[in-house]
Design a protein around this ligand. Structure first.
Ligand SMILES: Nc1nc2c(c(=O)[nH]1)N[C@H]1C(S)=C(S)[C@@H](COP(=O)(O)O)O[C@H]1N2
Ligand SMILES: [Mo]
Length: 322
């Protein structure tokens, strides 16, 4: 396949893992071909060549897995984004009109350099990198997604959090004009999430601006969303407009709604069942053809990232701090 024919593949056709891998290899080899994606980083380097080979170091860090990728079409059409409706198919239809530029993020609280910054400035000078992570939804399904973005720690450090910054709180845009779901009180809008500061600063914690080597589609949380691969998917808050460093544990949307069902930590844990269903296994969305759900596989503690993150919770009773 020639470079020209690979680059000419329309966005809508990049649904096939083989094509994606071929394209990534070419981009890796052809540093000038900035199709690239990181909103606000026009001059950014292409991401490194993708998942064809996962080195032992990448696997050990948890930055990449060689498990089969969930198809682009499934990652972008089977979504949870309640601001655009509660059905899995709603966000891919209703979020098309979300305006993602200009986009500002207000950073406040326990830090030396608070302020509201344009997305371009927030990410200035950073090189987008690719992370291939498992995403485990609390509902019992999971995906493997090649994200593009930057480590959250790199962004947070720019604001110089103080010693009082024990937690980081995040808020999603809540605009009833652009987001039809916000007109209904399914959640106490805006959607909010939070992390302990050491979780936020962990090298696995990621701010995504793209997936599959392309800009993030609106339904996946454009232009900027959190990805915390060892926690249930609802911690990975989308379309972030506010970041706040706090001394106290922040309130979070799902915890407020159903505190018995959704804890602050929400680490993936097969031994702590949801009150209404088991968390012992999951359905991996990695299908081919018309098959959306692949077979059931066992769920792993910390979603398989225990080697990297278990030490964050040393001495904590994970059944109590669910
Ligand atoms: N603002 C906001 N962020 C959100 C959600 C949401 O409804 N609103 N859903 C969460 C849930 S439950 C999951 S599983 C993931 C899904 O991300 P994806 O659609 O990109 O796979 O987004 C999370 N982030
Ligand atoms: Mo979820």
């Amino acid at each position: 396949m020639s470079l020209r024919s690979v680059l000419a593949i329309p966005a809508s056709a990049v649904t096939d893992e083989t094509v994606y891998r071929a394209r990534r290899r070419l981009l890796g080899a052809f540093a000038g071909a900035s199709l690239l994606p990181l909103a606000g980083c026009a001059e950014a380097e292409p991401p490194p060549p993708s998942n064809a080979v996962v080195t032992p170091a990448q696997a050990k860090s948890g930055f990449r897995t060689d498990e089969p990728l969930t198809r682009y079409e499934d990652v972008t059409s089977y979504n949870n984004f309640y601001e655009f409706g509660t059905d899995k198919a709603d966000p891919s239809k209703a979020a098309k009109t979300l305006r993602t530029s200009p986009w500002n993020v207000a950073v406040s609280g326990e830090c030396a350099r608070p302020g509201t910054v344009a997305l371009d400035d927030l990410l200035k000078g950073m090189t987008p990198e690719e992370r291939i992570y498992r995403l485990r939804c609390v509902e019992g399904w999971s995906m493997v997604i090649p994200w593009l973005g930057v480590p959250l720690a790199e962004v947070l450090k720019r604001f110089e959090p103080t010693s009082k910054a024990k937690y980081v709180a995040f808020t999603t845009l809540a605009d009833p004009v652009q987001m039809p779901g916000v007109r209904f009180r399914s959640i106490d809008w805006p959607y909010r999430e939070g992390l302990r500061i050491d979780e936020a600063m962990h090298p696995l914690t990621f701010l995504a601006t793209g997936l599959y080597g392309k800009p993030l589609p609106q339904q996946n949380g454009a232009p900027l969303r959190l990805v915390v691969p060892w926690k249930y998917g609802f911690k990975s808050i989308k379309s972030i407009v506010e970041i706040r460093f706090t001394e106290k544990m922040p309130r979070t949307a799902w915890n407020r709604l159903q505190p018995e069902e959704y804890g602050f930590y929400s680490n993936v844990n097969p031994d702590v069942d949801h009150p209404r269903w088991s968390q012992g296994s999951e359905r991996r969305i990695a299908g081919t053809g018309n098959r959306l759900f692949a077979d059931r596989i066992p769920t792993r503690l910390f979603n398989g990232y225990g080697d990297q993150v278990a030490s964050l919770y040393a001495g904590m009773d994970l059944k109590r701090w669910y």
